[in-house]
Write a protein that binds this ligand. Structure first.
Ligand code: ADP
Length: 366
């Protein structure tokens, strides 16, 4: 059953239409991540849920209550920002307990809550320090702790890790995942970082120009994107998108062609009328370098090989001058300038039409 229900939510900033009819249902306990390029409306959506921005239309319901017009402080939500927004003159303990004191909670209860939160976030040794005596990661933990003590119905995170360095970001990401497991509270998290989205989320909401482009589990979005936009946004390196001509359709087989190379695609995986040209989407790990020409679906010349230690990525120029990326083994000995042949794992390939919408489905057990 839906816990947070957003229906046809609109937001106008003067003449700018920032949210264009958002519909979304979130179940209790879910970790949902809003992701998308800068300016797509992620923060606006989060801030509108929080009540920090008024909506221009539509409704927001939380736990069977319409909160659309409710003051932010009455929504039972706690927000954690990118800038930690701690009170600089207060100690960690006072920062943690401030909201409880305002709410006239008893001293014993405050002490117990601060003790329990500081233990779970490893802040015990820092309770007497002021924010300026803390590292970035420690400050962000205090900000999260301050949200936890309020026991909100939903946590809202607005790019909480973007001020931290790369190593700390990874550590805090793990801590957040653990925290979510432990608390079981609904969390909504905004980021522009698709790795954060993929690793933290039960479901990812991809936004594009004020609209939801697709909602799904990280794996659904990775394997079965609805559009070229999602296909290119999720996954590093990006999915290869290769324009192909449709040569012929015979029985349950469709032949696609690029510069004399032909690939067969099963028609039972195509869910609509087939256009005369399509775009073949294939991820780098679903291309295999093969030795013999006759085993390959494409051939091209190696422009450069990136060795990452555990794996390598070969950048290969196709006859149409397009460069695609194939994952190679860590110990691959292929060299720049070499001609290579590539085999496509067709079971994992997808087809897009020229309007950038997907027209094929991935078999369940592929
Ligand atoms: P994101 O978080 O995805 O980067 P935002 O939600 O911050 O994007 O902004 C979405 C769009 O709304 C952007 O084009 C931004 O310029 C615009 N916008 C955000 N806040 C305001 C505001 N207070 N006044 C006018 N335009 C705004």
């Amino acid at each position: 059953m839906s816990y947070l229900t957003i229906t046809d939510l609109q937001k106008h900033y003067d003449s700018y239409h920032a949210l264009r009819g958002i519909n979304l249902s979130i179940t209790e306990g879910e970790f949902v991540v809003f992701v998308g390029p800068s300016g797509c409306g992620k923060s606006t959506l989060l801030r509108t849920i929080a009540g920090l921005e008024s909506s221009s239309g539509g409704t927001i319901e939380l736990d069977n209550r319409d909160i659309t017009e409710l003051a932010s402080s009455k929504r039972d939500l706690a927000m954690v920002f990118q800038s930690y927004a701690l009170y600089p003159h207060m100690t960690v303990a006072d920062n943690l307990s401030f909201a409880l004191r305002l709410a006239k909670v008893s001293d014993e209860e405050i002490q117990e809550k601060v003790r329990s939160v500081s233990a779970s976030l490893q802040l015990d040794a820092l309770l007497d320090r002021k924010p300026k005596e803390l590292s970035g990661g420690q400050r962000q933990r205090v900000a999260i702790g301050r949200a936890i003590v309020r026991q909100p119905k939903v946590f809202l995170f607005d790019e909480p890790l973007s001020n931290l360095d790369a190593a700390l970001r990874v550590q805090m990401r793990l801590e957040l995942a653990r925290l979510h497991k432990k608390l079981g509270t609904t969390m909504i998290y905004v980021t522009h970082d698709q790795v954060e989205a993929m690793t933290l989320a039960d479901r990812v909401v991809i936004l594009n120009a004020g609209q939801i482009e697709q909602v799904g589990t990280p794996l659904e979005l990775y394997r079965q994107p609805n559009s070229r936009f999602v296909a290119e946004f999720i996954g590093t390196p990006k999915m290869n998108l290769i324009p192909m001509n449709q040569v012929e359709q015979q029985g349950d087989n469709l032949t696609l062609e690029l510069s004399g190379h032909k690939i067969n695609f099963p028609t039972n995986r195509i869910k609509e009328a087939i256009p005369s040209s399509v775009i073949l989407g294939i991820r780098p790990e679903h291309l295999t370098l093969v030795e013999k020409d006759e085993d390959g679906d494409f051939s091209g010349f190696v422009e450069l090989v990136e060795h990452l230690g555990s794996e390598a990525y070969a950048h290969i120029q196709l006859p149409n001058n397009q460069t695609i990326i194939a994952k190679a083994s860590a110990r691959s000995s292929i060299a720049d300038g070499q001609e290579v042949h590539l085999k496509v794992d067709i079971a994992e390939a997808i087809l897009f039409n020229n309007e950038d919408r997907v027209i094929s489905v991935i078999p369940e057990e592929a």
